[in-house]
Design a protein around this ligand. Structure first.
Ligand SMILES: Cc1ncc(COP(=O)(O)O)c(C=O)c1O
Length: 396
C-alpha cells in the first residue's frame, strides 16, 4: 500500500458496531466488565482506549514497525524513553543542535540523577567514536535539527552506536515519516512531537514513541500506563483526522519551504539560509540519500540587529509569531528568545545558534503570498534604516 493510501486506510476500517465510516471518539474513562477481569480488551482509559489504540496502529504503519505508544506531549514521550533506559552512571550522546526541551530535560532532570549528557558534533565520526563508551546507553539524533535544519547521517551514526552497544533514538518530528523512515536507516526507537506535522493543525499537544523490537518497546510502553501521561481520546481522534492529509500537507509545506529558501538566499539582508534542499547546505548530500524530500522548515540569519529581528517577526501578515511548527497556518519564531531560550546564551553561542536566527514554518498557504510577506518585512527593515539615517543626518 502506498504511503498516501496508508494514511487513509491503514488501521482505519469503518467502526464494527455501527459501520460509521469514521470511528467515533471513545470518550470514556472505563469499560463494562462481564465478570471481574473479564472484558473486551479495555478496562481503563489510562491503560488503553480504542481511539488511542487506533492512532497507535496508524502511526506504527506509517513508520513501518509494529509498536507505537502515544503520550500527552512530545516531551512526555521523550521522558518515557529516558526513564525507561537511563540509570545513574549511564551516558547519553546528543548532537550540538538539539531541541531546547530535549536539552532541558536531560540537563535539568536526568543529569542531577547522575546521568552524563555528552553534547558533541555528532557529524564528526572521530568525535562520536571518542564520546561512545561502554556506559553509553542512548545516542540521540534529531534530523533535520531544530532550528538550524542540520542533517545527520542516521545510518553511519547507528552503525557506530550499535558497535558500542548503545541504542539509537531518532527524533523524526521535522521530517515526518513521509520524508524519512529512520528504522530503515538503523534506528531502534523513533520519537515524535505529534503536535507538529503529524497532527498538523496547531490544535493539540501530543507525542509518540515507536520501536521495531518488542523487547525495546516494552519498558517505554509500561511507563505510558505506570506514569500516566496519556493523551485524551479526542486529541487522538483529531490526530487521526489530521493524518489523513499528511502526504498532501507535507508536499505543500516542502514546496513552500523551497520557494522561500530560494527567495531569501538572494536577499542582501539575509546572511545565511538553512534549508537542506539548497546545494550549499552542509547536509544536502546526506539529505538526498536518507530523505525523500527536504522537509517543510526554513531558518535564516538576518543581517541585522536583534531589534530588527523583533520588528520583523512581530509584524508579518501570514506568519504568526508563535512557538511550534508544522501546522497548516504559517508560524515564525525567534529561537534565541522562544524555543531555545532554555539553553543559556553562552551555550547557544558555542552551538552556533545566532541571536539573529529566525525560524519559519511555512503552512499550506500559497507560496507567492508567503514569499511576499517575508520580502515585504525585509524591505520594511531597509526603509526604517534609511529613515534613521536621514533623521541622524538632519539632527547632525
Ligand atoms: C524536534 C522536537 N522534538 C520534541 C519536541 C517536544 O514536543 P512537544 O512540544 O509536543 O512536547 C519539540 C517541540 O517543539 C520539537 O520541536
Amino acid at each position: 500500500m502506498d504511503f498516501a493510501t496508508r494514511t487513509i486506510h491503514a488501521a482505519q476500517d469503518a467502526e464494527a458496531g455501527t459501520g460509521a465510516l469514521i470511528a467515533p471518539v471513545f470518550q470514556t474513562s472505563t469499560y463494562e466488565q462481564q465478570a471481574p477481569g473479564d472484558h473486551r480488551g479495555f478496562d481503563y482509559s489510562r491503560t488503553n482506549n480504542p481511539t488511542r489504540a487506533r492512532l497507535e496502529a496508524v502511526l506504527a504503519e506509517l513508520e513501518g514497525v509494529k509498536h507505537a505508544a502515544v503520550y500527552a506531549s512530545g516531551l512526555a514521550a521523550e521522558n518515557a524513553i529516558f526513564q525507561a533506559y537511563l540509570r545513574p552512571g549511564d551516558e547519553v550522546v546528543i548532537p550540538l543542535d538539539t531541541y531546547g526541551g530535549t536539552y532541558r530535560i536531560l540537563n535539568r532532570v536526568f543529569k542531577p540523577m547522575d546521568c552524563e549528557i555528552r553534547q558533541i558534533d555528532i557529524s564528526d565520526e572521530a568525535a562520536l567514536e571518542s564520546a561512545l563508551t561502554h556506559k553509553t546507553r542512548l545516542v540521540w539524533i534529531e534530523s533535520p535539527t531544530n532550528p538550524r535544519l542540520l542533517i545527520y547521517d542516521i545510518k553511519a551514526i547507528s552503525r557506530l552506536a550499535h558497535d558500542r552497544g548503545a541504542l539509537v533514538v531518532v527524533d523524526n518530528t521535522f521530517a515526518s515519516p513521509y520524508f524519512q523512515r529512520p528504522f530503515e536507516l538503523g534506528a531502534d526507537i523513533v520519537v515524535h512531537s505529534v503536535t507538529k506535522y503529524l497532527a498538523g493543525h496547531s490544535d493539540l499537544i501530543q507525542g509518540a514513541v515507536l520501536a521495531k523490537d518488542a523487547a525495546i518497546f516494552e519498558p517505554v510502553k509500561f511507563l505510558q500506563n505506570a506514569t500516566g501521561a496519556v493523551p485524551s481520546p479526542f486529541d487522538c481522534w483529531l490526530t487521526l483526522r489530521g493524518l489523513q492529509t499528511l502526504e498532501l500537507r507535507m508536499q505543500r509545506h516542502a514546496e513552500n519551504a523551497a520557494a522561500i529558501a530560494d527567495a531569501l538566499r538572494e536577499h542582501r539582508l539575509v546572511r545565511r539560509v538553512y534549508f537542506p534542499g539548497l546545494r550549499e547546505h552542509s547536509g544536502h548530500e546526506i539529505a538526498r540519500r536518507q530523505m525523500s524530500g527536504f522537509g517543510g522548515m526554513v531558518s535564516f540569519e538576518l543581517e541585522g540587529t536583534v531589534d530588527e529581528v523583533t520588528s520583523f517577526v512581530s509584524s508579518r501578515r501570514y506568519f504568526t509569531l508563535g512557538e511550534s511548527l508544522g501546522g497548516v497556518k504559517a508560524l515564525v519564531c525567534h529561537p534565541a528568545r522562544m524555543t531555545h531560550a532554555s539553553i543559556p546564551a553562552e551555550e547557544r553561542a558555542k552551538l552556533g545558534l545566532s541571536d539573529t536566527l529566525i525560524r519559519l514554518s511555512p503552512g499550506c498557504e500559497n507560496a507567492k503570498d508567503l514569499v511576499e510577506d517575508l520580502t515585504e518585512g525585509l524591505e520594511q527593515i531597509e526603509k526604517a534604516r534609511s529613515e534613521r539615517q536621514v533623521a541622524a543626518a538632519v539632527a547632525g
